[in-house]
Design a protein around this ligand. Structure first.
Ligand code: URA
Length: 236
């Protein structure tokens, strides 16, 4: 836990001996998969590298009408960051500020995420940040199973293009969508799972930390795990 003192110095993660007891369960465990949107930009001629493939996918995503969320939001928040990132972070869905700016994690939870990343020695531009759903649910409610299923092919394609070494799931919806552990996030967090070529770790969503500062310490410990594995993966 080499970075724990740094996080403490930053005042981000004051020591807390409490493991959180409140747990969030996912409504999407039994969602039916959606038909992938078409055409598949990965098949398009001229799209050869990860940046081109991801740009083509983002262009297609702007036209997606696979669920009703698009009708009620301003932006399709595709995600942003390094197309060749070794670390991808997956949240739940855009909030109000994200919808206005068409960028992921730029509201209050995003500002906290930026501080967590910086404390763990990651630059935001070196990772890729996205969400389970790309369109803001009304009133910031949790996306419904059908909405998650409709957006799932986009998330799968992003990950298939980027092929990150590590995926961090921010909150219950992300881990249940990608791994389907059946565990509440309080029990799934801090453990490594495998998905294709990626190691996957869940931690609490930054918005959950804003509601419950007792979650700071476990989140910090999780990001220390991520940092260690990231360094291992770059050393090879
Ligand atoms: N919460 C999320 O899950 N994603 C965002 O982009 C912003 C807030």
């Amino acid at each position: 836990m080499g970075h724990l003192p740094a996080g403490r110095q930053l005042g981000l993660f004051p020591g807390s001996q409490h493991e959180p007891t409140s747990q969030v369960t996912s409504p999407i465990l039994h969602a039916e998969p959606a038909e992938p949107p078409s055409p598949d930009p990965a098949d398009q001629q001229g799209a050869t590298g990860k940046p081109e493939l991801l740009n083509a996918l983002a262009d297609s995503a702007r036209d997606c009408r696979a669920c009703s969320l698009r009708a009620g939001c301003r932006s399709v928040v595709f995600g942003e960051g390094d197309p060749c990132a070794r670390l991808v972070l997956v949240g739940e869905g855009p909030g109000q500020v994200e919808d206005e700016l068409a960028r992921p994690f730029v509201g209050p939870a995003g500002q906290l995420l930026d501080r967590i990343l910086a404390a763990a020695d990651f630059r935001r531009q070196d990772v890729f940040i996205t969400n389970v759903v790309m369109c803001r649910p009304p009133g910031n409610r949790v996306p419904l199973p059908g909405e998650v299923a409709a957006c799932r092919p986009w998330l799968d394609r992003k990950l298939a293009i980027i092929r990150p070494r590590i995926i961090v799931c921010l909150g219950a919806l992300a881990i249940q969508t990608l791994i389907e552990t059946g565990l509440p996030v309080g029990r799934a967090r801090g453990r490594w799972f495998e998905r294709d070529d990626s190691f996957v770790l869940a931690t609490y969503h930054p918005a959950a930390i804003l509601r419950d500062p007792g979650k700071r310490r476990p989140v910090w410990e999780d990001f220390c795990r991520v940092r260690s594995r990231y360094l291992e993966s770059t050393a090879r």
